[in-house]
Structure formats: C-alpha cells, structure tokens
Design a protein around this ligand. Structure first.
Ligand code: C5P
Length: 235
C-alpha cells in the first residue's frame, strides 16, 4: 500500500512581506504561520509523515515548541534558493532516509497557506488515491483577467473560461515528482508544472478561498481572522 507523506517547503525569505522575520514564522492567532498547516496535516491519520524543509541557516524553527507534532514530523535543513529546489532537496532527503518509496504519494504544501482545512486534505486524498497521475487543489477564477502593458494600462481582457488558480497541497508519486523536478525548467512556480512538462495532466480538485497564500502584508489580517475563528470553534 502506498503511503501518504506531506512535504512543506519552508525555506523562503518572504521578501514581499517587507519584514525581517521569514514569512512562515510571522505570528498568526498566536502561533508561527507554519504551525497551522502542520496542525492540519499532522491531524490526518492517513498521512504517515510530515516533512518540513528549512533553510540551512534557519534560526527561527528552534525558537518554538513543536512537541505536539513529535513522532510525525521530520525536519530537513536542506532548503534551496527556489521553492522547486527546496522541494527537490526534501524529496531526496526523504528517499535517502528511507521515509518515502517510489510509489508513495507526496503532498507538497506551502507553509504560507495556513488556512488549509482537514476537509480539503481528505477531499484531495479521496479523489486522487486511485489516480494515475495525481493532482492539486485549485479554484476556478472568479475575477475578470486583464493583460497589462509596461505602463500599467489594459492591453486586452483575457477569457477566464476554464482558468483555475492553483493552490496546494499538490499530490504526486515520489519517483515521478522527483524526476519531473530534476528535469523542470527554471521558471516553474509549482510542482504540477513540472509534472505537466513531462506530458501528464494533473487532476484539478476543488479547493476553497480560505486556502489562499499569504503573500502581501494585508493578507495577514484576513488570515488572522480566519484562524482565530477556526481555533475558537475547534475548542
Ligand atoms: O514565496 P512563496 O510564497 O511563493 O513561497 C511558497 C512556499 O515555498 C513557502 O512555504 C516558502 O517558504 C517556500 N520556499 C522554499 N524555498 C525557497 C523559496 C520558497 O521552501 N527558496
């Protein structure tokens, strides 16, 4: 039986947030941002291991108490200069440590998506566990899309039919994902793109708006509201 393993790349600096502390450690509802995705992924019984990829010079992780996740998490200080490199290095570490076999499923999830719910993870596992390729959470595009010129004026309106916004987790088998990332072009920004470059079509599984990526300073306020509410109803 293939196992389910989560991998959280958390080696980014979060430069768009304009703070000294890396984004994944900014406090949300009293906890470092990455805590929330870890809490969700660790609470899924079918996920056997949650691996966290930190920057080699990470100075923040050790400042917090992660005891509640012990037994389920593995920490690797092998982050790279891009997200793809961090995921690749994490996969290599999982293989080297015998935590993941070729056919095991890897769920790659951004530390910067703290609003991930157990419902979404269960939906992803249920819809993909028998799939040939794997896939990702995503939401159909709601807004009208404008292509901009260099001077910030509209060049044209792009049709939005059949367009989806990719989220994470993105779920693929260990061997194929590693092969895809090792061959991928430098410009990819998610794992599914690497799989697509190999000629496969990942499946789109419905995500939700709460699973947005905290990118800009104003995103923190929204994430704070969502997580406070969620924690309050959990207790
Ligand atoms: O910067 P962005 O929000 O796109 O990063 C997405 C995820 O990838 C974050 O969890 C971030 O920590 C991670 N990342 C990484 N290594 C990098 C860059 C980003 O693990 N070099």
């Amino acid at each position: 039986m293939a196992e389910f393993i989560a991998l959280i790349p958390a080696a980014g600096s979060g430069s768009r947030m304009g703070e000294n502390i890396p984004k994944q450690y900014r406090l949300l509802a009293g906890k470092p941002m990455i805590y929330h995705a870890l809490h969700t992924l660790c609470s899924i019984t079918r996920i056997s291991t949650v691996c966290v990829v930190l920057a080699p010079d990470d100075a923040e992780w050790a400042r917090h108490d992660w005891n509640e996740f012990s037994g389920k998490i593995q920490i690797f200080n092998c982050g790279g200069t891009t997200r793809a490199e961090s995921v690749t290095n994490g996969l290599r570490a999982l293989r080297a440590g015998n935590y993941a076999q070729d056919q095991d499923w890897i769920l790659v999830h951004d530390a910067a998506r703290p609003g991930l719910s157990t419902t979404l993870v269960e939906r992803l596992l249920n819809q993909l566990e028998d799939d040939e390729v794997g896939g990702l959470l995503a939401v159909p595009l709601a807004d009208t899309l404008k292509r901009a010129s260099d001077t910030g004026r509209v060049v044209r309106t792009e049709p939005r039919e059949q367009l989806w916004q990719a989220q994470t987790p993105q779920m693929f088998r260990t061997k194929r994902l590693l092969e895809a990332l090792e061959k991928a072009s430098a410009s990819i920004t998610d794992d599914a793109s690497a799989i697509e470059e190999l000629g496969y079509s990942p499946k789109l599984v419905a995500g939700d708006a709460y699973n947005f990526k905290v990118t800009y300073p104003q995103d923190m306020e929204l994430a704070e509201l969502i997580l406070r509410e969620r924690i309050a109803t959990r207790k």
